[in-house]
Write a protein that binds this ligand. Structure first.
Ligand SMILES: *[C@@H]1O[C@H](CO)[C@@H](O)[C@H](O)[C@H]1NC(C)=O
Ligand SMILES: *[C@@H]1O[C@H](CO)[C@@H](O)[C@H](O)[C@H]1NC(C)=O
Length: 327
């Protein structure tokens, strides 16, 4: 049972759901677009160019050909986006802005709920999350205003990651992240660790790269998105800021996403994903700050977060339709 058992907790939230539902209702009323109309006027904006997930939070991206999209984000073969996190003794998550070498920790899916983790110069580590979770208690930790539900992995896992990242045998502990016991609508603000889906339009990256004249071009995966869209001529850079709804696929069961907020940027995109080093010129953040402080006076926007409104399966090359927010 293990991991599956834990995943089943969603069905057991009962009372807690009732008590938060009023808050959910209030927030929904305030959010953009409110409710999808019965006869939505979808306009095709492009196609799905790339789907990425980050099985280890702050680790290397994993590009996948298709994914399941549900309220908690994307997953494939029983593995969720950011299903593993490393915490230090203060319960702070290890972060690639602080430890750029984390971006060299890659993951490969081996089987249902199983993956292999690799780091330069180290023996690969196999992680069967079902087996690791078996018989272990769920630990709850407070994080950004709500409760994270975690299962602690074993000593050998803590050691492997501590050696790779800190060059010592202790200091970081590996946890499996379970779905939070809460409705996605009331998850914390933009910096919460539980943002369902980050969407970026390919033209936004191209536009930024045209402005980065003196430094190497930025790779779109430095922004750690989930969906990169290849957009049509009718779409401008940064239009992802303006779509209140997105539909992915053209079947009756297509997945529907609802705009939730801007993705505000800290220093992590300044780490080059090939070299795992910080940009000595503080780019692309410096350039982004010169023209993209559109939602916040300190942190520029690049990409947008979306909640999943209708669950579904998405794949590479699926058509993408949008409804533009009315001003
Ligand atoms: C992972 O562990 C589960 C539960 O112990 C087991 O049923 C499954 O076969 C294992 N998967 C792999 C790939 O070893
Ligand atoms: C976006 O798409 C265009 C056209 O296919 C391509 O030339 C460009 O390299 C892409 N940009 C990124 C960041 O992948």
């Amino acid at each position: 049972m293990g991991y599956r058992l834990a995943v089943g907790f969603i069905a057991t939230i009962g009372l807690a759901t009732i008590s938060v539902s009023y808050v959910v209702y209030r927030r929904r009323q305030k959010s953009r677009g409110k409710k999808l109309s019965n006869n939505p006027k979808w306009k095709q904006v492009g196609t799905v160019m790339e789907i990425s997930m980050y099985p280890l939070q702050s680790g290397a991206p994993l590009i996948i050909p298709n994914a399941k999209c549900d309220s908690f984000g994307i997953s494939t073969r029983g593995l969720r986006d950011r299903c593993l996190v490393l915490l230090n003794a203060q319960d702070e998550a290890a972060f690639s802005g602080t430890y750029p070498s984390m971006l060299a920790i890659s993951t490969e899916i081996e089987d249902e709920c199983s993956l292999v983790v690799r780091a330069p110069g180290k023996e690969p580590l196999s992680l069967n999350l079902s087996r690791i979770a078996e018989g272990k208690p769920i630990k709850e930790k407070q994080r950004n205003g709500f409760t994270m539900r975690l299962i602690e992995c074993d000593e050998i896992h803590h050691e492997w990651f501590s050696i790779v990242i800190l060059q010592r045998t202790r200091g970081l502990k590996l946890f499996i992240v379970l779905e939070p016991n809460i409705q996605p609508d009331i998850w914390g603000d933009d910096k919460s660790d539980f943002n369902p889906i980050m969407v970026m339009n390919n033209k936004s990256v191209s536009d930024l790269n045209q402005r980065l004249v003196l430094t190497p071009k930025v790779h779109h995966l430095q922004f750690r998105g989930n969906l990169l869209l290849e957009c049509n001529d009718n779409v401008k850079p940064y239009d992802e800021d303006t779509w209140s709804w997105l539909k992915i696929g053209d079947t009756a069961k297509a997945c529907v996403l609802q705009y939730r907020g801007p993705c505000l940027r800290c220093i992590s995109p300044n780490v080059d994903i090939k070299t795992c080093k910080h940009s000595p010129h503080f780019e692309p953040l410096k350039t982004l700050k010169s023209y993209r402080l559109v939602h916040n006076s300190k942190e520029p926007t690049m990409g947008a977060y979306y909640n999943i409104n209708r669950e579904g399966f998405i794949k590479h090359n699926d058509p993408v339709y949008a409804i533009v927010a009315s001003k």
